[in-house]
Design a protein around this ligand. Structure first.
Ligand SMILES: Cc1ncc(COP(=O)(O)O)c(C=O)c1O
Length: 489
């Protein structure tokens, strides 16, 4: 990384210089620098409205960046060690859709794990590619996915030698990293393109205490939510292609298919500014973040009935590539609480968590945290432990094995089919038109295009009888399912 150049913020500077010129606006957006906007928006956005400039070619073009925006993207590529970086104003969702569109064509096989983010399914529908599933290892004590391992990747590639590419989620939502170097090496040896959803890893590689970045592990193309853990505005992400990646131009072109032609300049300026912050101050900010997270985890583990795993998970399960210690998964089962119950109690203490599943609640410690914010969370957990310490311990909820997927149609074919909602019993033997998943394990029982087997129905009935709501589908009770309509004979 060129530290000298990283001091610059080419897009932010160009935007500020443009605003100083005080042009009369005869262009979109129609509110014209805030003059025609509602009183509420004026109050909310204030002087930032003068930077809502719409499509100003004076400030470069997101899809053909040759000026300050191009320079800003080059600086991002320099920081992350990419050959080419694209900015996204439509999150990592757009980046994932674009990379799948660029790499996979109609009928191509893309190897994925079942618990991929929804945007991967969008990418499959858009491209017409077919999913081939790797099974993830599941940590039963912690109730989290550990992702697939090398043996599983080898098994799937051997069964699908024509597969075009493989997509890994790195890290998982809970901060667990597959051994990406080993997996990417093997996939490359077999001629596959390696795509990575690094939505939760925009800070990776910026501090030695964090896992290595996906690019440094050998990925070809990586989607990162800068907004999640690297200090930019919500909705802003980056897509990186490794140096020399043959499909770079296609990926860049595909980014224009999935984003607005009117990108907001706040978002682009936010990415430029967040990149500069990460380059200049990232190490120090992450050092503080890691220290706060370590202290919090240590103190939480001192509270009777509460457990929060750390890097110990690596030795416990083996075969992993790292763990992001800023992700704090708090298991309340020792207090007789489910994650959902603990989340409600935390909310009473004004604590809003990232997510909840099974017996745990996931909280994130980021560069926005302080000694005070971490202390507030600790105090809330301590209070919950004193209220609930009389409760019966419920222990970990046993997970039942997921049924084997039986793929009948590609996600695109399923999307294009006519659908109907039928009672679960009548759905058996039909083709699902919607996904169904439960938390935990957060891994789909069914994905669109798959046969609803008897085993799927048994799993859905079991989970709903235990009080879990079904996700991804129209009927959260799991009593009815949207399936593909049968053709009239
Ligand atoms: C693993 C994973 N991938 C991709 C995404 C999509 O990211 P974005 O919200 O930036 O579009 C998310 C969002 O939560 C995610 O958790």
């Amino acid at each position: 990384m060129d530290k000298e150049k990283q001091q610059n913020t080419p897009f932010v500077t160009a935007l500020e210089e443009y605003c100083k010129k005080n042009f009369f606006a005869y262009h979109t957006p129609g509110h014209k620098l805030g003059q025609g906007i509602s009183a509420y928006q004026k109050k909310l956005f204030g002087s930032a409205l003068t930077r809502d400039l719409g499509l100003m070619y004076a400030l470069d073009d997101l899809f053909d960046p040759t000026g300050p925006l191009g320079e800003a993207m080059e600086l991002a590529a320099d920081l992350y060690g990419a050959g080419r970086t694209c900015f996204s104003v439509n999150g990592t969702t757009a980046c994932i859709e674009a990379m799948i569109l660029a790499v996979c064509g109609e009928g191509d096989e893309l190897i994925i794990s079942r618990e991929v983010h929804k945007s991967v399914m969008n990418g499959l529908i858009l491209s017409g590619a077919k999913p081939v599933y790797m099974k993830s290892r599941f940590a039963f004590d912690e109730q989290i996915s550990l992702g697939p391992d090398l043996a599983e990747l080898k098994r799937v590639i051997a069964a699908h030698p024509a597969a075009r590419a493989v997509l890994f989620t790195y890290p998982t939502y809970d901060g667990v990293c597959v051994d990406l170097t080993v997996l990417a090496d093997y996939a490359h040896e077999q001629g596959l393109v390696v795509l990575v959803d690094e939505a939760h890893g925009a800070h990776f590689g910026m501090h030695p205490g964090l896992p290595s970045s996906a690019l440094s592990c050998g990925a070809d193309c990586v989607a990162q939510s800068t907004h999640k853990l690297a200090g930019s505005l919500t909705q802003t992400s980056m897509l990186h292609c490794r140096r020399g990646f043959a499909l770079t131009d296609k990926v860049v072109e595909a980014m224009s298919f999935v984003q607005s032609t009117s990108p907001h300049y706040w978002f682009l300026a936010s990415l430029d500014s967040a990149r500069q912050q990460m380059a200049l101050e990232g190490h120090g900010l992450l050092e503080r973040t890691l220290t706060l997270a370590a202290a919090l985890r240590r103190k939480l583990n001192e509270i009777p009935g509460i457990v929060s795993f750390g890097k110990d998970i690596l030795a416990k399960y083996g075969g992993l590539g790292g763990f992001d210690e800023t992700k704090i998964c708090i298991d309340f089962s020792g207090l007789g609480l489910t994650g959902a119950q603990a989340e409600r109690l935390l909310r009473q203490e004004k604590i809003e968590a990232e997510l909840t599943a099974g017996n745990h609640v996931l909280v994130l410690i980021t560069l926005g945290d302080t000694v005070e914010s971490v202390a507030a969370l600790y105090e809330a957990c301590l209070k919950i432990s004193t209220i609930c310490n009389e409760a019966e311990q419920n222990g970990a909820v046993a997970e039942i094995p997921l049924p084997e997927p039986v793929v009948r149609l590609s996600p695109r074919q399923a999307w294009q089919g006519e659908t109907q909602l039928v009672p679960l019993e009548q759905a058996i033997g039909r083709i699902a038109a919607e996904p169904v998943l439960f938390y935990p394990p957060g891994i789909p029982v069914l994905a669109p295009g798959e046969e609803v087997t008897e085993a799927c129905a048994v799993y859905i009935r079991k989970k709903t009888s235990e009080g879990y709501g079904a996700h991804g589908c129209a009927d959260k009770t799991g009593k009815a399912l949207r399936v593909i309509k049968r053709r009239e004979k």
